[in-house]
Each structure stands twice: as structure tokens, then as C-alpha cells.
Unconditional design. Structure first.
Length: 153
């Protein structure tokens, strides 16, 4: 049995050591907000926070995660009923088009803003490398900037 802390809750799963964190989250814990995209850590649809860092969960074996690590998925990003500022900005600006990649984008953006409260356009482009087939990048940039303004207060 492997013990994990996901969204501030302790869980135990019985999986092989090489099982990717993505499949543990989706199939064994039942949190399906985190998406499978490419399976090779390129698209970012599977992005979660691991100890506050944006992490591509599709290639991270569960053996690389300890029970002391803090895993946050999209389901745990909000503060109770209050959406995270990135989630609010995304909704206000209609950032998502098809929406498939947007969970990963939101997780990458919120991680960036936790580390850099006043990112430049270049910072955002460098840090958020998730792929969006619909090409919503200008709206992603605007969403990150709006969320940053709110987080700075």
C-alpha cells in the first residue's frame, strides 16, 4: 500500500511502483479533473501541483512520491466554495474553448503565480508550456495577468 496526501486528504492505494501518478489520481482516487493528453509530459493536460510545483503527472511514477508530499489537483485548488483567482479569471475571460487542456493550464498558471506574483508576458510564456490545440494562448496570457492583479490585491 502506498500512502499519499492529495488535496489535504490522506489516501492509500495499492498500485505497482511504476504506475504514473496521473492514473493513481484518476483511476484509484477517483479525481478525474486531471486529464490524460499525450502520456509523454509534453502537452501538460495532466499538470498537478507537487509540493507547490507544477508537475506533469503522466510520467511521474508513484514510487517517486512520498506520503509527506503535498499533491494538489484541480479539485483541491479552490478555497472551499471560493474559486482560486486563476479559476475566476478563466471564467470571466472565457479563456477555455474546447476546455480539455485548461485544467493543466490553470494548474500551471496558479503554480507560476505562487512563485512569481508579478510575472511579465515573457515569464508566463516561459513557464506555461502547456499545449492548447484551440490556440487560446492570448486569453491564457490575459487570464494569468488578471489573476496576478487579484492575487497582489
Amino acid at each position: 500500500m502506498t500512502k499519499l496526501k492529495i488535496n489535504s486528504k490522506s489516501v492509500e492505494v495499492d498500485v505497482e511502483d511504476e504506475t504514473p501518478l496521473l492514473w493513481v489520481i484518476r483511476e484509484h482516487v477517483g479525481l478525474t479533473g486531471t486529464k490524460y493528453g499525450c502520456g509523454v509530459a509534453q502537452c501538460g493536460a495532466c499538470t498537478v501541483h507537487l509540493n507547490g510545483e507544477a508537475t506533469r503527472s503522466c510520467v511521474l511514477p508513484i514510487s517517486a512520491v512520498s506520503e509527506d508530499d503535498e499533491i494538489v489537483t484541480i479539485e483541491g485548488l479552490a478555497e472551499g466554495d471560493t474559486p482560486h483567482p486563476v479559476q475566476s479569471a478563466w471564467a470571466e475571460l472565457d479563456v477555455a474553448q474546447c476546455g480539455y487542456c485548461q485544467v493543466g493550464m490553470i494548474m500551471a498558471a496558479s503554480s507560476l503565480l505562487n512563485q512569481n506574483a508579478d510575472p511579465s508576458d515573457e515569464d508566463i510564456r516561459a513557464e506555461i508550456t502547456n499545449i492548447c490545440r484551440c490556440g487560446t494562448y492570448p486569453r491564457v496570457l490575459a487570464g494569468v495577468m488578471r489573476a496576478a492583479e487579484r492575487m497582489r490585491g
